[in-house]
Design a protein around this ligand. Structure first.
Ligand code: NAP
Length: 352
């Protein structure tokens, strides 16, 4: 069994806590170092973190002293990053330059030419971009990112359809949970009994990140997919789970909607044979009952790693319409990173 000493950057935040929760019994990765801001450094994790997970804070983690996010202070094999994006650029680079791989949730390097933007089941081949990175001349340190928490359920739901028919354009509305805004996030008086019709910066990411994820690797570079995506992102009074309402125009016309349903049901997960510890048995589940999926009831399917797809139907205007649900801090953030790291281990990218 491989065992890696792992650091978590941004360990006190919403995503950082989810890393600690999800890694508590991980067979390969053991959290041994925690990084956060000057505000938290020097405190034990118990004192520094306002723990919002529903399981107890793991005792061995509670006793660790939080440090600043400095590679010289964290003696680890690699780090997961749930850093505030306002500070992630220099910090993540400093780890990669020091020979410590960074598996990041932050947006800062997602569009960097040599950095994979990866959802393990969608574009595992993009890991190859790591070979063209030059952060660390010794080739040990690198950066791999995962996308925004809406893009993950979107591309997982679209992937079978893109493979079978091609997709020409997409219009979607994302109804996003409050945990997506981090902790303490949106003031309760703004969101209780309300919907906020705008989330700053979100629609731009949803318009761009899927194009890299669904792009093809050609001569060592990603050739972006060409799919115009128009998104409207709203914040809804739900704790966890982003629900998307998606309409798509397809390049090749399907026979009928049953055929499309079978394409989704029969899609073959390209990394299924690796049996990765965090990998769901079924990354996308299509619900036939039009009442599902719902954030409160289906977000935690397959430990929060399964994307639920529902209401798949013919569209009056384009070709198909459907809903997609993803747990935003698990599948949409920490769980996606952990699965990416498991894939990188399986492909031999880590040097322990
Ligand atoms: P958050 O709850 O606000 O946590 C931010 C973390 O960054 C905290 O640990 C904070 O430490 C740390 N930090 C802030 N300033 C720092 C500094 N100068 N140096 C070092 N650490 C610093 O945010 P979050 O929701 O967990 O999001 C973290 C990242 O993941 C963001 O880039 C976000 O865009 C991305 N993301 C979030 C979600 C989601 O659903 N929440 C989904 C996908 C991606 P202190 O406690 O010490 O201030």
């Amino acid at each position: 069994m491989a065992e890696y000493r792992v650091g978590v950057l941004g360990a006190t935040g919403a995503v950082g806590q989810k890393f600690i929760h999800l890694l508590r019994n991980h067979p390969w990765f053991k959290v041994t170092a925690l990084g956060a801001s000057e505000r938290s450094a020097g405190k034990t994790y118990r004192d520094a973190a306002n723990w919002v997970e529903s399981t107890e804070m793991p005792e061995d983690i509670a006793k660790l002293t939080v440090t600043t996010c400095d590679p010289a202070r964290m003696d680890v094999d690699f780090v997961f990053s749930g850093m505030d994006s306002a500070v992630a650029t220099d910090i993540e680079r400093s780890f990669a330059e020091a020979g410590i791989p960074v598996i990041s949730n932050a947006r800062n390097y997602r569009q960097h030419e040599t950095v994979p933007l990866m959802v393990a089941e969608v574009n595992p081949d993009h890991a190859e971009l790591i070979k063209s990175q030059s952060f660390d001349p010794n080739g040990r340190g690198f950066i791999v990112t995962n996308p925004n928490c809406v893009c993950i359920p979107l591309v997982l739901a679209l992937k079978p359809i893109v493979d079978a028919y091609g997709v020409d354009e997409v219009i979607l509305t994302s109804m996003q949970a409050v945990s997506g805004a981090g902790y303490p996030g949106v003031p309760s008086l703004d969101i209780l009994g309300n919907i906020l019709p705008y989330i700053s910066g979100e629609e731009e990411k949803i318009g761009l990140e899927p194009l890299k994820l669904l792009g093809k690797l050609e001569n060592g570079k990603v050739k972006f997919a060409e799919i115009p995506i128009q998104a409207t992102s709203v914040r809804v009074p739900v704790i966890d789970g982003h629900l998307l309402s998606v309409t798509a125009r397809l390049s090749k016309k399907p026979g009928d909607i049953e055929e499309v349903k079978n394409v989704v049901r029969n899609w073959k997960n390209p990394i299924a044979d690796l049996n990765l510890p965090t990998g769901p048995d079924k990354p996308v589940r299509l619900y036939d009952d039009f009442r599902y999926p719902q954030p409160r009831h289906q977000s935690l399917a397959e430990n929060g790693m399964q994307v639920g797809m529902g209401r798949l139907r013919a569209s009056n205007i384009m070709d198909i319409a459907f809903t997609a649900l993803g747990h935003n801090t698990i599948r949409g953030a920490a769980g996606c990173s952990i699965l990416n790291a498991e894939l990188l281990h399986a492909k031999g990218y880590f040097h322990s």
